[in-house]
Design a protein around this ligand. Structure first.
Ligand code: ADP
Ligand code: MG
Length: 441
């Protein structure tokens, strides 16, 4: 089918999707997409960047397929592909940074706890390489490090600067791949040619000597030529014991700024900003109730608001303080940080369910049952843990991130039309949760 009809089909699909998803979600994830091609059963949707592609793949693929299948009156498989219908390069460079569109300076609420980090971030975004270089942002989980980092990226990018934003883990993985494929020149060129380099969670470098060595040289090269470097970490430079002195002192050359847990007023302001943005109607005393209870982590704060709203919808009630208090009681009991299931719990439960041994699961056997069990393990680790594809690959007998990603999508896909597999996976999940719950007590 022609490109033109793919576009028309997608326009119609968007009309239906607009009804199915919330307005903010639609605006963030779907509004910039375009129908690229429709051949056989395969529909390709063009999306503006890899971040959107990953989100849609993970969260909306089955809904999108349902809508397209309904329109085409045959089963349609969708894939999300970065790029637009015309072949103009999306930008001048091919590696567009994966910046979360929500993480901007505008949406970052300022308070005592983050004022200095925020001001420093705006300063380096406005005058990269000229004031604080590097800027080192540190703080506990969920306090806005990634948000600020991406805000710098958006701001610099809007002024046509070349921005590269990676997690320390991505940096490491790319380096390892470059070494394996003897393409370290490309790696070096990529990292040493940008105006602004943003590296998230550098504590991840930990004891990885070769990575640190390489990052050290990248740092020096960029710094010497006046490019801006911003890094984030869960602790200040002097408290990352595995960093050698020379790296530690590099990080202290510029400015070290921290993010503290926000005070009550800031927590309330963050919740208000979120209700406004998402069009949530909620009484001020309910917002206050939530802001009073959740203190340490803004991600949890936002999650709690979502839960209160969802709870009230389920109970078909207005969001009243009474109902919210009940929902919060639930949350408060959940607030004991749930121990996430470990990869070991998952492999064990899967091996039992599929009746394969652990060593086969992590080994090279490729018969159907073993392969299936391995794929399901990959899928569940994606679902149930915070492990990266690389870490999962290591857990499952040193398999590549691409293999894991493939296994994951395959099971996600199979589950949607194989009720028996769905039941089996569900049962395994129950087992894992029971095991994780027992670990908590
Ligand atoms: P970290 O990287 O420090 O773990 P994130 O940057 O991922 O934390 O922030 C967690 C969540 O909290 C994100 O949804 C982010 O948008 C939100 N958030 C953090 N700080 C603020 C802030 N000052 N104003 C608004 N939202 C914030
Ligand atoms: Mg982060």
């Amino acid at each position: 089918m022609s490109e033109r009809s793919a576009r028309q089909v997608w326009e119609t699909a968007l009309g239906e999707l607009q009804v199915e998803v919330s307005r903010p979600n639609f605006r963030t994830w779907l509004s910039g997409t375009v129908g690229l091609s429709f051949q056989g059963d395969d529909f390709v949707v063009g999306v503006p960047n890899a971040f959107v592609a990953e989100f849609l793949e993970k969260n909306m693929r089955s809904l999108v397929e349902k809508v397209l299948t309904g329109l085409a009156r045959r089963s349609v498989k969708v894939s999300f592909c970065v790029g637009s219908h015309d072949d103009r390069p999306a930008r001048s460079r091919k590696d567009r940074p994966l910046l979360n569109p929500r993480y901007t300076f505008d949406s970052f609420v300022v308070g005592q706890s983050n004022m200095m980090a925020r001001a420093a971030a705006e300063k380096v975004a406005a005058e990269p390489g000229q004031t604080y270089n590097p800027l080192f942002i540190h703080g506990g989980a969920g306090l806005g490090k990634t948000h600020l980092l991406h805000a710098i990226g958006h701001s610099a990018q809007s002024r046509e600067l070349d921005v590269l934003c990676v997690s320390a883990e991505q940096f490491t993985n790319e380096l390892v791949r470059a070494i394996r494929e003897s393409s370290t020149d490309d790696f070096r060129r990529k990292y040493r040619s940008v105006d602004v380099l943003l590296v998230d969670d550098v504590q991840f470098f930990g004891g990885k000597e070769q990575t640190k060595e390489n990052f050290f040289h990248t740092f020096n090269a960029l710094h010497a030529s006046g490019r801006q470097i911003v890094v984030t970490s869960d602790s200040p430079p002097q408290s990352i014991p595995q960093f050698q002195e020379r790296l530690r002192s590099r990080f202290q050359w510029g400015l070290v700024a921290d993010l503290k847990p926000p005070g009550f007023d800031t927590r309330r302001a963050i919740l208000e900003a979120k209700t406004e943005r998402d069009g949530i109607k909620i009484a001020p005393d309910v917002v206050e109730l939530i802001a009073l209870q959740i203190k340490q982590n803004i991600r949890v704060l936002e999650g709690s608001l979502n839960r209160v709203v969802a709870y009230c919808q389920l109970m078909k009630g207005l969001v009243t303080p009474e109902l919210a208090a009940r929902a919060l009681a639930d949350i408060a009991s959940m607030e004991v940080p749930p121990t996430p299931p470990t990869p070991a719990m998952i492999t064990e439960a899967v091996a039992t369910s599929f009746q394969v041994t652990l060593s086969d699961l992590k080994g090279r056997k490729r018969d159907e049952a073993t392969a299936r069990a391995r794929h399901v393990s990959a899928y569940l680790m994606r679902q149930e843990t915070e492990c990266s594809l690389a870490e999962i690959g290591r857990e499952l007998g040193n398999r590549s991130p691409a293999t894991i990603s493939h296994a994951n999508s395959r099971i996600a896909d199979n589950i949607s039309h194989d009720p028996q597999l769905r039941r089996q996976v569900f049962n395994i999940q129950q087992t894992i949760h029971a095991a994780a719950g027992a670990g908590r007590a």
